[in-house]
Write a protein that binds this ligand. Structure first.
Ligand SMILES: [Zn+2]
Length: 218
């Protein structure tokens, strides 16, 4: 069982991926980790990647595709299944990935965490972080005991610029334009499972588990 997980920023891809990885022993493949490993090892593509990341722009598809393909061709993938998180991000990437999957003879299923935009905006914009200890709070779902102060060290909590409403809306627009077409792409191939991600985490997890159980047997 090899998986791709899709969903708007804030849909819970990270949380659900962590759970699936632990439960099913999959290898977690995120473009962020693959980029960092290549930068650390000073590979040719890693050096190019760093230049884009330092400039704050998306790494071009060609580089990302080749880095992910190289990772998928490593020997551990022959014996262990994986979950891709943050890739593919565009139709071009999905086309490229199809070729790689044919080469390594790995079938995939795609989980789409469907969520209302307003839910995402509410979730992300109510997130606060303590710069002292790094603890993350959510004013709606996991508020601090004292208003706007960290439970651990009493520091004033701040809102990261990524979590400001205007930034969130920009990220959502980019995602809808570039990544949402993948939902149709995989739907047409009969590989897509839509999961209602508006529910509480536990319920989302239960739906995913049920679906994976059914597909693992068949
Ligand atoms: Zn703190």
């Amino acid at each position: 069982m090899n998986l791709i997980i899709l969903g708007l920023p804030g849909a819970g891809k990270g949380t659900q991926s962590d759970f699936i990885v632990k439960k099913y022993g999959l290898i977690h493949l995120s473009t962020g980790d693959i980029f960092r490993n290549n930068i650390r090892n000073g590979t040719t593509l890693g050096i190019k990647t760093k230049a884009y990341m330092d400039a704050g722009i998306y790494v071009p598809d060609e580089i990302t595709n080749n880095l992910v393909a190289a990772r998928l061709l490593q020997s551990d993938i022959k014996t262990t299944d994986f979950i891709l998180d943050g890739y593919p991000r565009t139709i071009d990437q999905a086309n490229f990935l199809d070729q790689t999957l044919l080469t390594i003879k790995k079938p995939i299923l795609v989980l789409y965490l469907a969520i209302n935009e307003q839910t995402v905006i509410d979730r992300l914009s109510s997130r606060r972080v303590c710069l002292q200890c790094g603890r993350v709070y959510n004013l709606k779902f996991s508020p601090p005991k004292i208003n706007n102060k960290c439970d651990i060290d009493n520091q004033t909590l701040i809102q990261r610029s990524d979590d400001k409403e205007t930034t969130i809306k920009t990220r959502l627009e980019i995602y809808k334009k570039e990544t949402l077409p993948l939902v149709t792409y995989y739907q047409n191939k009969g590989l897509l499972k839509t999961i209602d991600a508006n529910l509480e985490n536990d319920k989302v997890l239960a739906t995913i588990e049920q679906y994976l159980l059914e597909n693992d047997n068949g």
